[in-house]
Ligand binder design. Structure first.
Ligand SMILES: Nc1ncnc2c1ncn2[C@@H]1O[C@H](COP(=O)(O)OP(=O)(O)O)[C@@H](O)[C@H]1O
Ligand SMILES: [Mg+2]
Length: 263
């Protein structure tokens, strides 16, 4: 059976994914702040609109206005899609009570209810869903990440959606914990950042994509005004380049174990 794939809108990335993300998947986009997660989500939105998919975009860390502005810097006019009703941005940051598309509280139950309401506006057609970020829903209780992610995936699975969810990694936790979404995701796209020669460099790696013979290399990326995300070249990094010192890793693993016991 042939798998239908949705283009992300980042050409090279789609190539590395055998054409894109399999329809119906729940994919985690993880990485430190400023690495390109939101910009990838904007690509996915723009490509969806182009390919005839309506899009629901839940934003918790930036306002609707800020997203629309960011998109316009890459040449995409989201205002048109918003006014035509092909794009619904649920602004969970501003929480203006006069706004229908906002959350009064940052809870998983409210999130799911409003996403379903938005999906009903589109009818039975397939739609793209972005939750940027999911971390906001478990800020004060990180141990709940896995449970919440599972709840969102399971409840929304019958609504004919392909979903991207972003989550943050704190620098210190990049190797040992911060897991949650990853355990329930059908795919994981991981952003990373390093400072080399006094300059910030960003990278992307497809860590997992079910049903896909995907590229296994880490690629250096660039964010380009007027264009968006560009994959430059695959890189070879030594473990010493990315790993934390052993004593730090041990501390993190210990912290993670006590968290799991609390659960
Ligand atoms: N118009 C632009 N031209 C070039 N780089 C940009 C532009 N807009 C944003 N960026 C870069 O993108 C970064 C933000 O990426 P973003 O996807 O929002 O990160 P996050 O992973 O936190 O979601 C900024 O820190 C900046 O380096
Ligand atoms: Mg972001």
């Amino acid at each position: 059976m042939e798998i239908q794939r949705l283009r992300t809108g980042v050409n090279k990335l789609d190539e590395l994914l055998q054409g894109g993300i399999p329809r119906g998947f729940f994919v985690a986009i993880t990485g430190e702040p400023g690495t390109g997660k939101t910009i990838l989500c904007l690509h996915f939105t723009q490509q969806g609109l182009r390919d005839g998919d309506p899009v629901i975009y839940v934003t918790t860390e930036e306002s609707r206005d800020s997203l629309v502005k960011q998109a316009s810097q890459f040449g995409w006019d989201f205002n048109e899609a918003l006014s035509k009703g092909d794009l619904i941005i649920i602004d969970a940051l501003m929480r203006d009570s006069r706004d229908v598309w906002t959350l009064s509280r940052l809870t998983i139950d409210e999130l799911i209810a409003l996403v379903i309401k938005a999906k009903k506006e589109f009818g039975y057609t397939h739609a793209r869903l972005i939750i940027d970020s999911m971390s906001a829903f478990w800020l004060d209780k990180p141990a709940m990440a896995r449970k919440y992610a599972y709840q969102v995936k399971r409840t929304l699975s019958k609504w004919n959606l392909t979903t991207l969810v972003t989550s943050q990694y704190a620098i210190t936790t990049s190797d040992a914990f911060g897991f949650g979404i990853e355990h329930v995701a059908d795919g994981i796209i991981r952003f990373r950042r390093f400072i080399r020669g006094g300059r910030l460099r960003r990278f992307i790696l497809i860590e997992k994509m079910r049903q896909t013979d995907h590229d296994l290399r880490m690629w250096e990326i660039e964010i380009v005004n007027g264009v968006g995300l560009k994959l430059l070249r695959p890189v070879e990094l030594r473990r010493e380049d990315v790993a934390l010192p052993l004593n730090v890793t041990k501390k993190i693993i210990h912290a993670k174990e006590s968290k799991e016991e609390e659960l």
